[in-house]
Unconditional design. Structure first.
Length: 142
């Protein structure tokens, strides 16, 4: 219930800011968009450990999923992804760097999209969701 109340208040504040204070929202977005940690540099130092841990985790998940005969198909997907990235970390670090460069490119700026064309719609939707969440909390407390 506390989480729902908090989510409702945050949604209400964000919706009101989008409707009435778009410049403040843009400045907040600029402050939050700065790079805090370059993860590629940090992970490259422990690449071997990460690769071994991912291979172990993928193998363990696969071992647990095999007796389930496809009932937990999502476990197979997670295991294959963990094994794939574990092998990338261990055997093909250059391939991992190439994948990182591909996925580092920004396809669409959500800030510019939200603050120009969809600002009012997003603000109204957030306010409606906030009202729903706050009403839900009110009835849960009764």
């Amino acid at each position: 219930m506390t989480y729902t109340l908090f989510a409702g208040l945050v949604s209400l504040i964000a919706g009101l800011m989008l409707l009435f204070f778009p410049n403040a929202m843009a400045k907040t977005g600029d402050a939050l968009n700065r790079v805090v940690v370059n993860l590629d540099e940090k992970v490259s130092r422990i690449r071997l450990v990460m690769g071994i841990l991912l291979l172990l985790a993928g193998g363990l998940i696969l071992w647990q999923a095999l007796p389930l005969d496809g009932q937990a198909w999502y476990m197979f997907v997670i295991a294959v992804l963990a094994l794939f990235f574990g092998l990338l970390f261990l055997v093909f670090p250059n391939g991992l760097a190439a994948l990182s460069k591909i996925f580092d490119k920004m396809l669409i700026s959500t800030d510019s999209l939200l603050l120009t064309t969809g600002r009012k719609i997003a603000g109204i939707i957030l306010i409606i969701l906030a009202i729903y969440q706050l009403i839900t909390v009110y009835f849960m407390m009764m």
